[in-house]
Design a protein around this ligand. Structure first.
Ligand code: 9G3
Length: 568
């Protein structure tokens, strides 16, 4: 491709509204342009990278018998009413009306569409299992689009859906998808971790996220520094191993703690450490006020609380409700001397507190030397807290570290979450009608381009891995008005193309400095510069990854290039 004939609008200045490196560089190097908040055009170089990412995904999907389809973005509301999501989704779902005033959604995901497609065709277990995937534009009206392609309102996703007669079959496909995702992210060169994740709103059981490690990632993952353990911080299990001191239990005492409400207040006022405090929170769980206890230095994880109690809604109780129940403010609540019938659950760590401090259920007072079982009852001890750095990992091998990650993939076991309400059924081998077991599997294709750009760049610009670079080689003559240089460049261009190398030929009559700055910005794996030694058939070669430069003679160039691009 000759640069004078394509469209690569590079920019010198750093766009002010681009906060992160990948967003700045993809704009400056002419890969993308924003049309409006969260909506982008992919320019020629950006489109070429997308194609290479998609090619890797297609190879791995096809290798596990995924068949590619393409579903519509225009989805009639009736489908989302069948699944119940027309009502349950809020402003994030783009909705519109057609000319007959009928309601539509712009496709945020395709569970409803694919079940409506399959239920009319797949009627027998003999036709299962079946996995279909698409690479398609999705629309989600994010409240705060940011970081360029990382969180857009229109983005490209590979989404796959699998249909099964049995759970065993679903589990088998899930494992194949897990491995295919591992292959994909490895081939993309991303530093990623697969993490146990929370099924969240989508339901179903069993789900993994694939996180590209990055300081600007929005998710926090807990991982082991010694094993492959990794979990989304919301789901990470905490190992129940607490040492209970064998100090003698002292007499419980009520002490005045005027205006001391938070754990920090009490810690400084009474001179006790947070580990000795009993943090008492009152939640409204599906309409019932429940008292939840944690050790003073821990945080309650409301997703664990919700999952542990299989609740629909979990929120903090209103202060007024707490006052009505316990006749004190939330800052003075505690588990001792409760009205009958108040359910008390606690994180495992609370069981090992000896002579602890707790609210006295009286404004301005706390109890000291409070001991579980002797002074207060707990209905259930559970794993309810957010994991912390330094904790033991659930497998007990090593300690927990935190890392920020960009979610680039997410796979789910859906079970019958969609096939049940939408009558997606088949006749099993006993002739009985059953809803399909389903799985769904997403990869953020446009998000990957940003994640790769975020991982591979330096102060001069992008540094594309060979497998993803829009071109292999940047061919840059210093001076297109110099006959020797132009002739050698034209000949090399033809030669390299005949050897099937993808070459971007900077045939512009710009100054050398401009050409080099643009070349470093764009970040192809190799630049071949044609300069003063053109007449001797000698060119300068620069490797973008290492910055190293060397000289090659044109006679040896194809052999050396084949060596360099061998594993591309
Ligand atoms: C919506 C909107 C936003 C959404 C969803 C629906 C996330 C929604 C979860 C999924 C699950 C899987 C198939 C591919 C892999 C992910 N945000 N999710 O369902 F209407 Cl506005 O998309 N879907």
């Amino acid at each position: 491709m000759k640069q004078s004939l394509t469209f690569i609008p590079t920019m010198r200045e750093i766009p002010s509204d681009a906060e992160i490196r990948s967003h700045q560089l993809l704009l400056r190097a002419g890969f993308i342009r924003q049309t409006t908040s969260g909506v982008y055009s992919y320019l020629p170089l950006g489109k070429m990278v997308l194609k290479k990412i998609e090619a890797i995904i297609r190879e791995e999907m096809d290798a596990i018998n995924g068949v590619e389809v393409l579903m519509p973005a225009l989805q009639q509301a009736e489908l989302w009413q069948e699944s119940g999501r027309w009502q349950s989704y809020g402003p994030e779902l783009f909705r519109m009306k057609d000319r007959h005033n009928r309601d539509f959604a712009l496709g945020a995901t395709h569970e409803e569409v694919i079940v409506s497609l399959v239920r009319d065709e797949l009627k027998s277990y003999k036709q299962l299992p079946l996995t279909m995937y698409q690479i398609q534009t999705k629309f989600r009206d994010e409240q705060r689009p940011r970081f360029g392609l990382l969180r857009g309102r229109e983005f490209i996703m590979k989404d796959a859906y699998s249909f099964h007669a049995t759970e065993e079959s679903l589990n088998e496909t899930y494992e194949h998808m897990y491995q295919a995702y591992t292959n994909i992210f490895t081939r993309l060169g991303l530093n990623f971790r697969s993490v146990i994740a929370d099924a969240g709103a989508i339901g179903g059981s069993g789900t993994h996220e694939f996180m590209a490690l990055s300081d600007i990632g929005e998710d926090t993952i807990a991982y082991s520094d010694e094993t492959s353990f990794a979990a989304n911080i919301e789901m990470a299990e905490v190992r129940n191993e607490y040492v209970k001191s064998d100090d003698p239990l002292k007499e419980m005492e009520k002490v005045a703690t005027p205006d001391q409400r938070t754990i920090e207040d009490v810690v400084s006022f009474l001179g006790v450490e947070a580990e000795r405090c009993i943090k008492t929170l009152v939640f409204n769980i599906d309409g019932e006020l429940v008292m939840v206890l944690a050790r003073g230095d821990h945080e309650i994880n409301d997703i664990k609380l919700k999952n542990a109690l299989d609740a629909d809604t979990v929120e903090f109780a209103y202060e007024g409700d707490v006052y009505e129940l316990l006749s004190c403010e939330v800052g003075s609540v505690g588990p001792v001397k409760l009205p009958i019938g108040v359910r008390v659950i606690a994180d495992h760590a609370v069981a090992s507190i000896v002579n602890g401090v707790a609210g006295a259920n009286e404004d301005g007072y706390h109890f000291i030397n409070t001991n579980p079982e002797r002074d207060f009852g707990v209905d259930d001890y559970m794993d309810l807290r957010i994991i912390q750095e330094g904790d033991l990992t659930p497998d007990g091998e090593g300690t927990v570290k935190f890392a920020k990650g960009i979610e680039v993939g997410h796979i789910f076991k859906l079970g019958t979450t969609y096939s049940e309400p939408m009558s997606g059924k088949f006749l099993d081998n006993n002739g009985r009608s059953q809803p399909y077991q389903m799985g769904c599997y997403g990869i953020g294709v446009s998000r990957i381009m940003a994640a790769v750009a975020e991982e591979f760049n330096d102060e001069n610009g992008l540094k594309w891995p060979k497998k993803l670079a829009p071109f292999d080689i940047h061919l840059v003559p210093i001076n297109m008005n110099n006959e020797d240089q132009k002739e050698l460049a034209d000949n090399l261009y033809k030669l390299l193309k005949s050897y099937k190398f993808d070459v971007l030929y900077d045939d512009r009559t710009e100054r050398a400095g401009v050409k080099f700055t643009d070349s470093d910005l764009i970040g192809l794996p190799m630049r071949i510069t044609i300069g003063k030694k053109a007449a001797e058939g000698i060119v300068e070669v620069k490797f973008r990854e290492s910055g190293e430069t060397t000289e090659w003679h044109v006679e040896e160039i194809t052999e050396k290039l084949q060596e360099f691009f061998v594993e591309k």
